[in-house]
Design a protein around this ligand. Structure first.
Ligand code: NAD
Length: 353
């Protein structure tokens, strides 16, 4: 099992170091994990003049999975667009054809108070949003701004092919099979033909997954239900634009950006795993960042790319335990809990494992 590790910039190296210590425990216990470090983002621009250098491309392509910290920072903000760290991130996602974005939003009971919603609405929340990542109105042609009848007109095209819908639906049904077997497909079929096809193809795909209970919801209602009663959902699948908005809405239900992992998968379940937060330049180098989102990203990698549910459970259980024991980094600290730094949080997870 080859893992390409891209620590990146800012707090990236600090949080990735803790995830690697967790993977080391599993290696010592017999898992055959091979770790290959490489450069992506600002550090790659500094070392090789390219945010996604050829050497990284070769390693990422050869690996079974990629574990990423975060990229970017003020040091590189003034560079030409093609040299910006974010270019490295977009480059690797496109290069590896990662079309399925999986974002869990999970509220640990101890952290329910951090949500902007009432604790009783979100306590125990555990949903997974599966967002299509390479199609939809963001990529559809034709697009542009032009003058018609003497005024400027802007236009984009929402377009999905059957095969694009079917492959993301399969990822979502497969994910639901690994969870509570309930899938809600979100569309806007009452006004958009592209999403009428979306609904039709999702229903056709459901025939292969009789164990999964499929439901459908219009996107406006889904946005409302996510704040009204988010615990009604298990897995949500939706297109690129609706998913962009709903996944950010769902992550904010949890209130703690330092806790949330994500995965972006290709058709063969190869994946790029990363925390949803950025490189946090404001706290970089101080050893205080929360490493749990990155550690949980490593757990997702074991679950989704390598099919090692037991190893993933072991990590996730350890994270639950350290929270129950009261350990908190600064971002999730509240009075009455024990404030720890990045390394001590890693130590606590290792001890719980
Ligand atoms: P950010 O997520 O880096 O930080 C937002 C706030 O959350 C900051 O106050 C930060 O200190 C805090 N925070 C984030 N992660 C934390 C953690 N693990 N522990 C404790 N606190 C944490 O977002 P930003 O400030 O808008 O962006 C900073 C840089 O990161 C920019 O250069 C941006 O382009 C980049 N970025 C990268 C990614 C990525 O690599 N996938 C994603 C988003 C932003």
């Amino acid at each position: 099992m080859k893992i390409c590790v891209l620590a990146g910039d800012g707090i990236g190296p600090e949080i990735v170091a803790e995830a690697l210590r967790v993977l080391d425990v599993l290696r010592r216990d017999g898992l055959a994990l091979e770790i290959e470090p490489a450069l992506l983002g600002g550090c790659a621009v500094d070392a090789a003049g390219d945010p996604y250098p050829e050497a990284t491309r070769a390693l990422a392509r050869a690996a079974d999975a990629v574990l990423l910290g975060a990229v970017g920072g003020p040091k590189w903000d003034g560079l030409a667009r093609e040299l910006r760290p974010e270019r490295g991130l977009l480059g690797i996602r496109k290069d590896l054809d990662l079309f399925a974005n999986l974002r869990p939003a999970l509220v640990y009971p101890e952290l329910a108070g951090a949500s902007a919603l009432k604790a009783e609405v979100v306590a125990g929340l555990d949903i997974l949003i599966v967002r299509e990542l390479t199609g939809d109105i963001y990529f559809g042609q034709p697009r542009g701004i032009e003058v018609r009848n003497g005024e400027r007109v802007g236009y984009n095209t929402m377009v999905y092919s059957e095969s694009e819908i079917r492959r993301i639906a399969r990822v979502a049904f497969d994910a639901a099979m690994k969870r509570n077997r309930r899938l809600c497909s979100v569309d806007k079929m009452n006004v958009l033909e592209a999403t009428q096809l979306w609904r039709d193809v999702v229903i056709e795909t459901a025939a292969d997954y009789p164990a999964v209970e499929l439901s459908h919801m219009l996107v406006d209602n889904a946005a409302m239900q996510l704040v009204r009663n988010p615990r009604q959902f298990d897995v949500i699948v939706t297109g690129n634009m609706f998913g962009d908005i709903l996944s950010d809405e769902a992550s904010m239900l949890t209130g703690s950006i330092g806790m949330l992992p994500s995965a972006s998968l290709d058709a063969a379940n190869k994946g790029l795993y990363e925390p949803i937060h950025g490189s946090a330049p404001d706290i970089a180098g101080r050893g205080v960042a929360n490493p749990l989102a990155t550690i949980l990203s490593a757990a997702m990698m074991l679950r989704y790319t390598f099919g090692l549910a037991d190893a993933a459970d072991r990590i996730e259980k350890a994270v639950r335990q350290v929270l129950a024991q009261g350990y908190r980094t600064g971002d999730i600290y509240s009075p009455g809990t024990t404030r720890v730094d990045t390394r001590a949080m890693g130590d606590a997870v290792l001890a719980a494992m």
